[in-house]
Design a binder for this molecule. Structure first.
Ligand code: MG
Ligand code: ZN
Length: 190
């Protein structure tokens, strides 16, 4: 069974500048590449799970999401870091694009993307973690049965929907989150 770290994308790996739909808008957060490289070196699958309701809202297409995702992976490769797979959900219940307007089990705080990754990779959720900057990330992790780390150095989660789900740990950024979960005794395999 694989151990995995499920990472949110916007506000966790790259800056959340609001609906990042083109590679020119991608700005990596400090030490994000280094953090992911550490996860690679320690044998974790690194899976990105990202809500991309900008598609349902008509701000950009799925092709644009794929392009940004490719750019993120290519840039990380240049930092010696690799992502095993990116899952995204383009849906939103209030979308303006008919085909994407729906309540979706893959949209966080639902655990659909995590469960799909478990099927694809054979992941042991009890030894896996979700890291994200919003309450919906933490809630998705809780529903899936992972431990969770909230990044409080980015956008504060107050006012975010589905709040009230407490993380197992709070860290200022992804690098510090990784340093914590790699501590002996935290991730269960030391
Ligand atoms: Mg985020
Ligand atoms: Zn969806």
């Amino acid at each position: 069974m694989e151990r995995a770290i499920f990472l949110d994308r916007d506000g966790t790996i790259i800056e959340d500048t609001g609906y990042v739909g083109e590679r020119e808008k991608v700005r990596f957060l400090p030490r994000a590449g280094e953090a992911i490289r550490l996860l690679n070196e320690n044998g974790f699958k690194v899976i990105v799970i990202t809500n991309q309701a900008g598609v349902a809202r008509g701000y950009f297409t799925e092709a644009a999401v794929a392009d940004v995702n490719s750019y993120v992976c290519e840039s990380l490769a240049g930092m010696g870091a690799s992502i095993d797979k990116i899952y995204y959900c383009p849906h939103h219940i209030e979308g303006t694009i008919e085909e994407y307007r729906k309540e979706c089990y893959f949209r966080k705080p639902n655990p659909g993307m995590i469960e799909e990754a478990v099927r694809d990779f054979g992941i042991d959720l009890r030894n896996s973690f979700v890291v994200g900057d919003k309450a919906s990330d933490i809630e998705a992790g809780r529903r899936a049965g992972c431990r969770t780390i909230l990044l409080a150095g980015q956008v504060p989660p107050a006012g975010e929907d589905n709040g009230g789900s407490l993380p197992d740990h709070v860290a200022p950024d992804l690098y510090e989150a990784v340093m914590w979960l790699l501590e002996p005794g935290v991730n269960g395999k030391e």
